[in-house]
Design a protein around this ligand. Structure first.
Ligand SMILES: Nc1ncnc2c1ncn2[C@@H]1O[C@H](COP(=O)(O)OP(=O)(O)OP(=O)(O)O)[C@@H](O)[C@H]1O
Length: 590
């Protein structure tokens, strides 16, 4: 054991950021916690938790958890929604150098069971609902030896957090052990949008690099105020010295965020940084658009409108940046959201995945003024340039494992292939999933680095920017060539009656045909919509082979974490059923 901040190894532990903030600015609010349901029309009382308090609470919990048997390296499943308990427990686990395991609660009971079986946590700390489900569905029964209820009472668990807090509260500062960059710090499960979720192994070195990269890439300064609608990312708020407003929302359903509440909270605390999935950006932008329309874009909100802000000017005047991540954001959504912001405020859409984050970055200025026009012509979605410290390679598309890196794998500029990254934020493996690890990682024998295959396809342009063309597993391979989702779908956006679109493959007689599912908003008759879709498809080489357009009258199914990634696998099954066994593709397709 060492005294905090005395060695580079201890400083690697992400909890050291909290310790440092508490020493430097003890009275700065770390968290603003709504004390009751947030009202859209007036300020809501919030509890303030300072950095000194959060740090002391996590010290007490670290002692208490240790007394209960949690040790360095113990895997602990955490099922607590964003709250003071969540932050205190997670920082306590980091202080112990224990290994928190994070799984999306929204993924469904079966998926959760599978993840927990893989992660084999020895301890489980969660809210009552999570414990009830654990008990009912037998989650992690064979590995668990300690259960902790995140509340005052124990119920049927071994301990309550309140007990552990009391137990540890007189023991002072927790002596954070020195950790190495390679030591496992956490397991984060992917969202499972293209198959079973996989547990990415995070090391202390990765967290340290992420904090540094986020600070540099976005220019986040201590003392800023954060509104983080994605729980795992919210953890970086305190690490970056921000004061974090806890949103009044169900964090496992970002698309159901209530815009009036979110805006009221952001205005009440003059929030400077907002983080959310493209679904959050869409919901807020559409809400604004429906009320005040595009005529006010980027400028003023009418004070005479019933729920308009009293002050003149943009609705969110203090925001310095917005970060939208987790899925492609459509230019239209970005455009609508800019109406809430002061003119020069960027919306960043960083690209990355649970296994490697952040990888590349671009802002709304470049998207709206430059790249969206090319996106509409079928060139894909620009995700910007790799961040400093990251190298991005593009390699030929294959579903086979590639054990070793060879320079010859690199494709030239302009050629579409799979995106592969190397850098300090690349996770080395999946936890106890050697087959998945084999398929996703490449070892470079000359540098000793492990590269991550993103499972995405794209290309590099002459300016060094990367263009995202879709998920590798969702490409549609036809006798007339391969179609990529994010090159095809945006071509049709903006046509009257058309919401989102989704490209899927439907097989008949051993041939896969490209089919476009269309979110039809019923503002135009389907026959009119279909005819304009067909006309548009004929205008480009890449879309000419689309064999059918299908009206989908309800919103598309989406992933559970970000509520933004279209579940094309289930839409493909839907399209197959809709077309029926006797469907004959139109003659002009072939
Ligand atoms: N800015 C972005 N633009 C386009 N796509 C993005 C962006 N950011 C993330 N993505 C998409 O999200 C993926 C990462 O998602 P995440 O880590 O949440 O889990 P997942 O890969 O969907 O889960 P699984 O691998 O279990 O299917 C990326 O590989 C990419 O396809």
């Amino acid at each position: 054991m060492i005294s905090p901040a005395t060695t580079a190894e201890a400083a690697l532990n992400v909890a050291m950021h909290l310790v440092r903030q508490a020493a430097e600015t003890p009275q700065r609010p770390a968290l603003y916690v709504p004390q009751r349901a947030v009202r859209g029309d007036r300020p809501t009382p919030h509890r303030v938790i300072t950095y000194a308090e959060l740090n002391a609470d996590s010290d007490a919990l670290a002692h208490g958890l240790e007394a209960a048997g949690v040790e360095r390296g113990t895997r602990v499943a955490v099922f607590i929604p964003p709250s003071p308990q969540f932050y205190a427990v997670v920082f306590a686990l980091f202080k112990l150098a224990a290994v928190p395991v994070f799984i999306d609660p929204g993924m469904g009971w079966q998926g959760l069971k599978r993840c927990l079986e893989r992660a084999e946590p020895a301890a489980f700390v969660g809210v009552l609902r999570a414990h009830l489900a654990r008990w009912l569905f037998g989650w992690a029964r064979s590995s668990l030896r300690l259960s902790i209820h995140a509340g005052r009472r124990r119920f049927f668990c071994d301990y309550s957090l309140e007990e552990l807090r009391r137990l540890g509260s007189t023991r002072g500062t927790y002596p954070i052990p020195a950790v190495s960059a390679e030591e496992m710090a956490a397991i984060l499960f992917t969202s499972g949008s293209t198959g079973p979720a996989k547990g990415a192994v995070y090391t202390h070195g990765i967290f340290a690099a992420q904090v540094q990269m986020l600070r540099q890439a976005f220019g986040i300064a201590p003392g800023e105020v954060d509104y983080g609608t994605f729980p795992l990312f919210a953890l970086f708020g305190p690490a970056l010295g921000m004061s974090c407003v806890i949103p009044d929302m169900d964090a496992s359903r970002p698309a159901r965020l209530r815009p009036d509440k979110a805006i009221a909270q952001m205005r009440q605390f003059t929030v400077t940084n907002m983080f959310g999935s493209p679904a959050v950006i869409r919901v807020l932008g559409e809400w604004y658009h429906q009320r005040w329309g595009s005529s006010l874009a980027g400028s003023q909100a009418s004070a005479s409108s019933p729920s308009a802000p009293e002050a003149e000017g943009p609705l969110l005047p203090a925001l310095r940046r917005v970060i939208s991540a987790g899925a492609p954001a459509s230019p239209l959504q970005l455009q609508r959201f800019t109406a809430l912001l002061p003119a020069a405020v960027p919306i960043y859409t960083p690209y990355g995945a649970t296994e490697a984050l952040p990888v590349a970055n671009i802002d709304s200025g470049e998207i709206l003024h430059e790249t969206q026009a090319l996106t509409a012509q079928g060139r894909g979605v620009c995700i910007g340039r790799p961040l400093p410290g990251i190298r991005l390679h593009i390699i030929p598309i294959t579903d086979e494992a590639i054990p070793q890196w060879r320079e010859e794998l690199e494709l030239p500029t302009g050629v579409i292939g799979e995106l592969v990254v190397r850098g300090p934020i690349v996770t080395p493996r999946y936890y106890k999933q050697p087959e998945a690890t084999q398929l996703a990682k490449i070892y470079d024998p000359t540098t000793g680095e492990i590269l991550h295959r993103m499972g995405d396809v794209g290309y590099r342009d002459e300016q060094g920017r990367i263009w995202f063309c879709g998920r590798k597993s969702q490409r549609v391979v036809t006798p007339w060539g391969t179609l990529f989702t994010d090159m095809v779908e945006p071509v049709f956006h903006g046509l009257p009656g058309v919401g989102r679109t989704a490209l899927v493959g439907v097989e008949r007689g051993g041939v896969t045909y490209p089919v476009l599912c269309v979110e039809w908003d019923r503002t135009e008759p389907w026959a009119v919509v279909e005819s304009s879709l067909r006309q548009k498809a004929q205008s480009l080489e890449s879309t000419r082979t689309i064999a059918a357009f299908l009206a989908h009258s309800r919103p598309f199914p989406v992933d559970r974490r970000h509520n933004a990634k279209i579940a094309r696998e289930s839409l493909a099954r839907w399209a197959d059923r809709r077309l029926g066994p006797h469907w004959q593709p139109r003659q002009d397709t072939t």
